[in-house]
Write a protein that binds this ligand. Structure first.
Ligand code: 13P
Length: 252
């Protein structure tokens, strides 16, 4: 199974920079084409820039997607983007329930599950994010919190083909702090065990780690058991670092 290296560009850049970044990522892949044998690269730009990266992604075997979608299929929902619209633009993945959406937009796990159902209905793979806050971890509640998020955020019918889990400890996002390999190993094996209980078939369902991943820590994080890839924020905005994560993981 290939590891998934996913870039969440969040609300960064402009059209010219989006085009330039995807071209640089493609050029880096071209420099070492064998990297594609072990890694799948996913880019999630702001919605509006998806059409601008489509052709270059297709040409270089990069997949792309969005950072959110509506729970609704269509209708009077001003400002919303449906899962089908993402698919129409060539997207194949959608990030759902990112902690920034949970925090700033009040998204609940129940809403995330409904969005994931909408994503699956449009044929998209849902990257469902879970993760505890620093105070949850200080209180020793990380498994309880992540377990409850998983329980409520995964819709019926979630499986390895249509769903990816991203474990992103909130305190590690954009802070330069990462969870230790031991903490990541414990959490990923907890998630793996819970998915086994919760889903009819969880075999091969990928579990990504996210939170300040960069080339310097990529090998340790990506060689941890049950870590099937990374969801990368800041370092996905520089081609050298984004591809460098896969290169560093490979080379050690
Ligand atoms: P950073 O890699 O910037 O910590 O962001 C992680 C993240 O939130 C990816 O979704």
């Amino acid at each position: 199974m290939k590891k998934l290296i996913a870039g969440n560009w969040k609300m960064n850049g402009n059209l010219g920079q989006a085009e330039e970044l995807v071209s640089s990522i493609a050029a880096k892949i071209q420099e070492q084409p064998s990297i594609i044998d072990s890694y799948e690269f996913l880019i999630c730009p702001p919605f509006l820039y998806m059409p601008a990266i489509k052709d270059i992604c297709a040409k270089h075997g990069i997949v792309f997607g969005a950072q959110d979608c509506s729970v609704h299929e269509a209708g009077a929902y001003t400002g919303e983007i449906s899962a089908q619209m993402i698919a129409d633009c060539g997207g194949t993945y959608v990030i759902l329930g990112h902690s920034e959406r949970r925090q700033y937009h009040g998204e609940t796990s129940q809403l995330v599950a409904q969005k994931a159902t909408a994503a699956h209905g449009a044929g998209l793979v849902a990257v469902i994010c879970v993760g505890e806050t620093e105070s949850d971890r200080d209180a020793g509640k990380e498994n309880e919190i992540v377990g409850a998020q998983l329980q409520a955020s995964l819709p019926e019918g979630a499986n390895a083909e249509n769903t990816v889990i991203a474990y992103e400890p909130v305190w590690a996002i954009g802070t330069g702090k990462t969870a230790s390999s031991d903490d990541v190993a414990n959490m990923h094996s907890f998630i793996c065990a819970q998915l086994k209980e919760q889903l009819a078939d969880s075999k091969n369902l990928r579990i990504l780690y996210g939170g300040s991943m960069k080339p310097e820590n990529a090998h340790a994080l990506l060689s941890t058991p049950h870590v099937d890839g990374g969801l990368i924020g800041g370092a996905s905005l520089k081609a050298e670092q984004f591809i460098g994560i896969a290169v560093a993981a490979e080379e050690g």
